[in-house]
Design a protein around this ligand. Structure first.
Ligand code: GUN
Length: 291
């Protein structure tokens, strides 16, 4: 079994990005600039956004954090998005999800200029990705594909089963995994899938993106399968300073021994998601998607 070290690969990619930023600056180019809008004080969102800002610093990007309380109006958010769309210094920005219930998330996503949509959530970017045009691809699917490529995992003609059909992970990943560069035969399983165990057992590459800790057990995994765990559920823990720890969607202790490759949690997909946002921001700053 080979443990896929997402942390190590993400550090390599970060170093590559930092080098490109250095060269950009040396050649008189502008410093890539990512902005993030954070609403409220959800613990997970606070942590993720803090990481995003820290990552920007690490590679030499400029970053801006715009904070609002939970009672911000949709109109105020839309006005800020309009401002960021028109701010020529900002190359890309994200609105951290989830948003409070009184705000229409889809309306917010669609207000972002697709050219600055480094999350890849805007329907224009999703549509472009589906038909194979240059597009911003959402960070987790982008990171998973990069991990598979960097580990030279054989994909052509393999059965890929993705459990979960979210707009952020499962659905876009299903498109990427069927594209010509990857060539897997994709099944998207979900809460209504019949015989889920058998469906998963048929996978050469099994990707768990359900958000249910230790959902995938060893009886669902074929010997020699590649297992990618997207789960990052926070569970209370007395052993960590923060008072919680992350649990994946895969029961690692029993599944790992059956796999050819497996991603751990933490240290697998998570760091690749983080670095993919940096990649998208660099693509935005250098006008590589829309030119
Ligand atoms: N919430 C959970 N994941 C994400 C993400 O990738 N981007 C944003 N904007 N919000 C999220």
């Amino acid at each position: 079994m080979i443990l896929i070290d997402g942390k190590k690969v993400s550090l390599e990619i970060k170093a590559e990005i930092a080098e490109q930023v250095k060269q950009l600056k040396e050649n008189g180019g502008k410093t890539p600039h990512l902005a993030a809008i954070l609403v409220g004080h959800d613990g997970g969102s606070e942590t993720y956004v803090a990481y995003k800002i820290k990552d920007c610093e690490a590679v030499g990007f400029k970053s801006t954090l715009v904070r609002y309380e939970d009672d911000v109006t949709q109109q105020e958010l839309l006005a800020k998005i309009d401002e960021l769309n028109n701010d020529t210094d900002v190359d890309g920005f994200i609105v951290q999800l989830p948003l409070p219930k009184h705000i229409d998330e889809q309306k917010i996503i669609e207000a972002i200029d697709p050219k600055k949509d480094v999350d890849g959530f805007h329907p224009e970017n999703v549509g472009r990705m589906v038909i194979g045009l240059p597009s911003f691809v959402s960070a987790t699917p982008f990171g998973i594909v990069e991990l598979i490529k960097r580990y030279n995992i054989e994909t052509s003609g393999k059965n890929c089963v993705i459990v979960g059909r979210s707009n952020i992970v499962g659905r876009p990943l299903s498109v990427l995994m069927s594209q010509k560069a990857i060539n897997t035969t994709v099944t998207v399983a979900h809460s209504r899938t019949k015989n889920l165990k058998e469906v998963c057992y048929n996978a050469d590459i099994l990707i768990a993106a359900i958000g249910s800790p230790e959902f995938v057990t060893s009886d669902m995994v074929k010997d020699g399968a590649v297992v990618i765990d997207v789960g990052t559920t926070r569970v209370p823990s007395s052993e960590t300073k923060s008072g919680f720890r992350l649990k994946g969607d895969v029961k690692f202790s029993e599944v790992a021994e059956k796999c050819s490759y497996i991603t751990p949690v933490p240290g697998g997909v998570g760091p690749m998601t983080r670095v993919s946002l940096l990649k998208n921001t660099l693509l935005a700053a250098t006008r590589k998607i829309y030119y």
